[in-house]
Design a protein around this ligand. Structure first.
Ligand SMILES: *[C@@H]1O[C@H](CO)[C@@H](O)[C@H](O)[C@H]1NC(C)=O
Ligand SMILES: *[C@@H]1O[C@H](CO)[C@@H](O)[C@H](O)[C@H]1NC(C)=O
Length: 451
C-alpha cells in the first residue's frame, strides 16, 4: 500500500535524514535503442528480428538497402544506448546517446521556437530562451579551448563543429548550462523520492545544425569536455563510471553508474590496465588481449592485441589471425549440429548451431576465459560469445575486423551481465559477473519504502 499523501510533505523534509544515501554515487537508466523504452523501438519486429536488424545496421555496406526510418545506417551501428539528461532551468528532459568513445556533450538547440514536449515529457530540442541558466562561452576562454575544433563566431562566442566516424556531424555554439540527473528510483535505501544530482555550468554543444539521427550525445571519454571529466571537476564523484548491460533480448533497462556506485566490488571482479589506443582517436578505452582459453586450449594472438571496450558496438570484432583459432577451438568442443548462417550476410557469422536458446547452448558450453593485460582472467559464458539470432539458431557474436577503418572491439554482447567499471584515474577497467536485470530498478518506482 502507498504512503498516505498527507505524510509526503513531512517525508520530503526528512528525506535527507532518513535515506541511506551515504554512498555518494548515482545511477541513471541506460536504455537500449531497440528496447520498448526507446523512441526507436520497432514493435512490428520480434526481439530476434530486432537483433538481426541491429547486426545488419552494425555492418553498413553488408546490407545498404536496409532503410531504417529516422536512424541512418552509419551512426546507429556505433551507438546503442540512451540516457535521459535534464538541461536548463526549468529542466528540459532529453534523451541522448551515450558514447564512451567521444568527449563532447551536445544537444539539439533552438532559440525561442521549441515545439512542446512529447508524451512523457521528453523534448527533441532544448529551447535556450526558456532557461534562466543558459550561458554563452567566449571564444578565448578555457571552456572553449577544452572542446576540440572550436573557433570564434562573428561576435567572439565559441562555436564548435564535430564530425563522427561515418559522416554524422553536429555544429553550433558551445554554451554552459545546469544539467540535472535523476538517480534511480530507490537508488538509496529508504528513499521514497528520487534523488537528483545537479551539475551547474556544464560546457556543452548547443547544436543548431546536426546531421545526426538523435537529439544529442553524452560523451564519456577521457577528453577534457566529456561529462565524466566535467562532473568530477564539479562534484566529489571522482573520475569513474560503470555500467551493467542486460542481455539484448531483455526488456529490462541497464544501469549507468557514477561515483562510488561505479566501483566494481562483485565477487570474481578482475581488473585490467587501459593501454594506448591503436587508432589515432585517443578517446577510446582500450585494453589488451593476452589470450583466450577454450577448455584446455590456449589461443594467443600472434602480435600485440589492443582492443577497444565499447558499449556502442554490438558485436565483438577481432583480427582474423586471432579469430580463426578461436573458432576452431570452439567448434572442436561444442558438440551441437551446425546451422547455416543467416542471410543476407552469411560471411559475418563463422559459426551457427542448432540450439533452443542460450540455455541449451550453456549446457554444452566449454570453459572459456579471456585473459586481458595484467593477468585479468575473465570468464565468458555462452551469452557473452553467442547470440540467439533465429529460432533454434545461435550464432557466434564475434566477427572478423574487416571493414575499412575498423579496429578490434569488445562489443556489448560480450559485456552482457557483467558490471564493467572504468576508473580514469587508475587507468583501469574492472569486469565482474553480475545479474544486470537487477542493476536498475524498473519503473514504476518503489512505492512504499519503510523508513
Ligand atoms: C535568442 O533570441 C533572443 C531574441 O531574439 C536574442 O536576444 C538572444 O540573443 C538569442 N540568443 C542567442 C544565444 O542567440
Ligand atoms: C554535415 O553533414 C552533411 C551531410 O552529410 C554535410 O552536407 C555537411 O557539409 C556536414 N557539415 C560539416 C560541418 O561537416
Amino acid at each position: 500500500m502507498c504512503r498516505p499523501l498527507s505524510l509526503l510533505g513531512l517525508f520530503l523534509i526528512l528525506t535527507p535524514l532518513l535515506c541511506g544515501c551515504t554512498d555518494g554515487g548515482f545511477s541513471v537508466e541506460l536504455i537500449h535503442r531497440d528496447s520498448p523504452r526507446s523512441p526507436f523501438h520497432d514493435p512490428s519486429l520480434t526481439p530476434r528480428a530486432r537483433l538481426l536488424a541491429a547486426v545488419r545496421r552494425s555492418y553498413a555496406g553488408s546490407d545498404s538497402s536496409d532503410t531504417d526510418g529516422a536512424v541512418s545506417e552509419v551512426i546507429s551501428g556505433t551507438f546503442q544506448f540512451f540516457m535521459y539528461v535534464n538541461v536548463g532551468t526549468p529542466r528540459t528532459r532529453m534523451l541522448a546517446l551515450v558514447d564512451t568513445g567521444s568527449d563532447l556533450v551536445w544537444l539539439r538547440c533552438t532559440n525561442g521556437s521549441a515545439s512542446p514536449a512529447a508524451a512523457g515529457g521528453t523534448s527533441s530540442v532544448f529551447d535556450i530562451s526558456s532557461s534562466s541558466t543558459y550561458g554563452r562561452v567566449g571564444c578565448q576562454s578555457d571552456s572553449c579551448h577544452s572542446v576540440h575544433g572550436t573557433s570564434c563566431d562573428a561576435t567572439s562566442f565559441c562555436q564548435y563543429s564535430y564530425s563522427y566516424v561515418g559522416g554524422s556531424n553536429s555544429s553550433g555554439l558551445v554554451a554552459t548550462e545546469t544539467f540535472t540527473f535523476d538517480d534511480a528510483p530507490g537508488g538509496c535505501t529508504g528513499c521514497r523520492e528520487r534523488r537528483q544530482l545537479q551539475v551547474p555550468r556544464v560546457n556543452f554543444g548547443c547544436a543548431t545544425t546536426a546531421n545526426f539521427p538523435g537529439y544529442g550525445i553524452v560523451g564519456l571519454s577521457d577528453g577534457k569536455s566529456s561529462l565524466i571529466n566535467q562532473m568530477s571537476a564539479a562534484t566529489s564523484l571522482g573520475r569513474r563510471f560503470s555500467y551493467c548491460l542486460t542481455p539484448y533480448l531483455s526488456d529490462v533497462s541497464s544501469a549507468l553508474n557514477f561515483g562510488s556506485r561505479a566501483t566494481v566490488t562483485e565477487p570474481g571482479a578482475v581488473t585490467t590496465p587501459m593501454v594506448h589506443s591503436p587508432v589515432h582517436v585517443e578517446a577510446f578505452y582500450t585494453v589488451e588481449i593476452v589470450a583466450l582459453r577454450v577448455g584446455s586450449s590456449i589461443i594467443k594472438p600472434p602480435k600485440r592485441s589492443p582492443v577497444i571496450v565499447d558499449s556502442g558496438s554490438l558485436l565483438t570484432s577481432l583480427d582474423k589471425e586471432l579469430l580463426d583459432p578461436i573458432v576452431e577451438a570452439l567448434t572442436g568442443s561444442i558438440k551441437l549440429p551446425r546451422k547455416p548462417p543467416p542471410s543476407p550476410n552469411p560471411e559475418l557469422f563463422s559459426v551457427c548451431y542448432e540450439a533452443d536458446g542460450m540455455k541449451a547452448l550453456e549446457k554444452v558450453f566449454p570453459d572459456v576465459t579471456l585473459e586481458l593485460g595484467g593477468g585479468a582472467l575473465l570468464t565468458l559464458k555462452a551469452e557473452n560469445l553467442f547470440m540467439d539470432l533465429l529460432l533454434r539458431t545461435v550464432c557466434l557474436a564475434v566477427v572478423p575486423v574487416t571493414y575499412e577503418g575498423s579496429v578490434p572491439t569488445i562489443g556489448s554482447i560480450m559485456q552482457q551481465n557483467m558490471h564493467v567499471g572504468y576508473d580514469l584515474d587508475k587507468r583501469t577497467i574492472t569486469f565482474a559477473p553480475a545479474d544486470c536485470a537487477t542493476s536498475y530498478p524498473s519503473p514504476p518506482a518503489l512505492c512504499c519504502v519503510a523508513i
